[in-house]
Design a protein around this ligand. Structure first.
Ligand code: SAM
Length: 232
């Protein structure tokens, strides 16, 4: 596992690539699911990104680091007219989502199984209506803050991929990461924070199913913050 981590040419993924060994059915769901739902970055992105989806979709939403995919599935089910691209480098998380899709196929979902920076660099400019970064790895120690997904260069990538008026949504239970994101988005210049009062950032996003990491944070007594930024 360590070799795998060292050998990866990724820029913003520092986590574990694999957890528990997959059972044969999970392995099969993973490889067949990647075949069907995986986005192939070796081909140029289609100029009209909606053509990535088997279903007719009018806009496209990206979720970075979907974990087990529960949040992504909830939204993909409730909005069949929207396309959802989910990115997750963790094998067990990807296998969980693809196992759910093996039981309930959804033509408005695509996935990328590696570092989200690679997908963001591949996407055409202004192709996304929204980007969700929900409970990103917190890297709480100050010496690790530079590993956080929110950086100037990644905000550039998100700003480029988002359409004007598109939403960048961030949730975290780690106060230093929330402040870090507010400061970085403010100094970046392309994003405006949509909070109108103090209750705003304590209120979950609309049609919010929660996430696995959020449930853990709540159990452990860490209230989350929900930030919505609009691309100018
Ligand atoms: C703390 S977990 C949260 C998972 C899920 N969003 C939730 O709330 O339950 C963070 C996830 O981000 C993924 N991740 C970390 N760096 C990433 C990157 N550069 N690109 C895509 N996903 C990444 C990790 O593999 C992990 O599954």
């Amino acid at each position: 596992m360590i070799d795998e981590r060292r050998g990866r040419a990724t820029e913003a993924f520092f986590g574990r690539r694999r957890g528990r060994v997959l059972r044969p059915l999970q392995e099969a769901n993973l490889s067949e699911g990647l075949e069907r739902y995986g986005v192939d970055l070796s081909a140029a992105a289609p100029a009209e990104l909606t053509s990535l989806f088997a279903a007719p979709v009018s806009s496209i939403h990206l979720e970075v680091g979907f974990g087990g995919g529960e949040h992504l599935l909830h939204h993909a089910r409730s909005r069949p007219d929207k396309g959802f691209i989910g990115v997750e480098p963790f094998v067990n998380g990807m296998s969980k989502l693809l196992s759910a899709l093996a039981v309930e196929p959804l033509d408005n979902v695509r996935v990328y199984h590696d570092d989200a920076t690679q997908l963001l660099d591949w996407l055409p400019a202004a192709s996304l209506s929204g980007v969700d970064l929900l409970y990103p790895d917190p890297w709480p120690k100050k010496k690790h803050w530079k590993r956080r997904f929110v950086t100037r260069v990644n905000l550039d990538r998100i700003a480029t991929a988002l359409q004007p008026g598109g939403a960048f949504r961030f949730a975290s239970d780690i106060d230093t990461y929330v402040n870090w994101t507010l400061l970085n988005c403010r100094s970046h210049g392309a994003f405006s924070w949509q909070a109108s009062d103090a209750a705003d950032w304590r209120t979950a996003f609309p049609n919010w199913p929660g996430t696995r990491y959020e449930a853990k944070a709540l159990r452990e007594g860490r209230p989350p913050a929900y930030l919505t930024f609009r691309r100018g």
